[in-house]
Design a protein around this ligand. Structure first.
Ligand code: SF4
Length: 393
């Protein structure tokens, strides 16, 4: 049963259509990372689902996405081929899924397809197949050195790093145009500058630096504490990146923080108050909310809907989805009164959970987010002051 606390008045505003569709083409993984919230966390729904999405599920998912794109006259949708490890389904099946969606959406709707992989199964042939079909490749790593990735092992405890590093280098060398970037969960034990510089060695066009999933009832590693270890870690990387003139790579969290500070819209799950517009299709066709919610409690991402019986418009009316589209109105009173709220937005939804209170709380990373946002604002203001006639707009 859902434990989300969403008063009716907060879900009444018009829904923004989904624009990102995360399709679980394969629900299992060839790795068994020791911190994985999907397989080691409180949610076990993956155990009862088919390992891979069958052709009928992928067909119906594609039909529903196309239907949603047509109904809302979308000019662009994002298709994220996800897992588990999606390459366990084979590169050809991923290509087929992307091509079928391109065939089904209205003519003026572009499909941006990405596969999110642990990189261990990337071969020259598979990368070429993905690139040929216009699928970009996002890689998940804990850093750019073997010792950053010691928790990323297979079920027998063998390190994934040699294969993952080989896959990332193949991608950077052979098909840089298909390289979407690297997603890295922050580990406080890893030096921030060393982590950042080691990732740069893998030549990613973009980096996602993610806070580990946790909440008030199951705090992330290192919290609670009187300090701001995650904020400090991020500020250190920010200074390194900012000083280099931001040319080395894009860092989405920082770019979005800067955009929000300048009053620009930023589509991010981690910051801001823009409606969240991603939906997940599981291997059995279930429509769910994003995986991160599974770090809160068993079934937290469930909607009870599926692509065979329900449209994505019906999913938009689910209270959990609506709560993530309600902006300021859905935030805790403390966040609504916070001077940083237009930038922070209460942080990642999953990080607000407290057992017995649902998600209407500040982020468990509140102090760390304040540290980062104030630091970025100060650097931005100092930079604007140095620019002739410049003031941050
Ligand atoms: S989580 Fe903290 S910093 Fe963010 S809006 Fe809420 S009170 Fe402000």
């Amino acid at each position: 049963m859902s434990r989300q606390v969403v008063p009716e008045a907060r879900v009444a505003r018009a829904a923004a259509p989904f624009r990102q569709f995360i399709v679980k083409v394969h629900g299992h993984c060839n790795l068994a990372c020791r911190y994985c919230y999907l397989y080691e966390g409180p949610d076990h729904t993956w155990r009862t689902r088919p390992a891979a999405a069958g052709p009928e599920v992928l067909d119906q998912a594609v039909a529903r996405i196309a239907e949603h794109a047509a109904r809302h006259a979308l000019t662009r949708v994002s298709l994220v081929l996800h897992g588990g490890e999606p390459l366990l389904a084979g590169a050809s099946r991923l290509a087929d899924c992307a091509e079928r969606l391109r065939d089904r959406v209205p003519e003026n709707c572009a499909v941006h397809a990405t596969v999110q992989t642990n990189a261990t199964l990337l071969t020259g042939e598979r990368i070429a197949t993905l690139a040929r079909h216009g699928i970009t490749v996002g890689i998940s790593l804990d850093g750019g050195l073997a010792r950053h990735n010691t928790l990323r092992t297979d079920r027998a405890g063998r390190p994934s790093w040699p294969a993952a590093a080989r896959g990332a280098r193949l991608l950077a060398d052979q098909h840089p145009q298909a390289y979407a970037g690297i997603l890295t969960v922050i580990h406080l034990a890893h030096d921030p500058i060393e982590t950042y510089e080691s990732l740069l060695e893998l030549r990613p066009p973009a980096l996602d630096l993610l806070l580990p999933h946790g909440n008030w009832s199951t705090p992330p590693p290192g919290l609670p504490t009187r300090g701001t270890p995650y904020g400090d870690w991020l500020c250190t990387v920010f200074d390194r990146w900012w000083t280099a003139g931001r040319r080395e790579t894009r860092i989405r969290l920082f770019e979005e923080c800067l955009a929000l500070l300048l009053g620009l819209p930023a589509a991010t799950e981690a910051l801001g108050t823009e409606p969240f517009t991603a939906a997940v299709i599981e291997t059995d066709g279930s429509i769910e909310q994003v995986d991160a919610l599974k770090s809160a409690y068993e079934g937290a991402a469930r909607t009870g809907l599926d692509v065979f019986r329900h449209s994505f418009d019906q999913a938009l009316r689910h209270p959990g989805v609506a709560a993530r589209q309600a902006g300021l109105a859905a935030l805790a009173a403390q966040c609504q009164a916070c001077p940083l709220v237009t930038v922070c937005g209460g942080g990642h939804y999953a990080h607000r959970y407290r057992a017995g209170h649902g998600f209407t709380n500040p982020s468990v990373y509140c102090a760390d987010l304040q540290r980062l946002i104030r630091h970025v604002a100060a650097r931005l203001a100092a930079s604007a002051a140095r620019t002739p006639g410049g003031a941050a707009r």
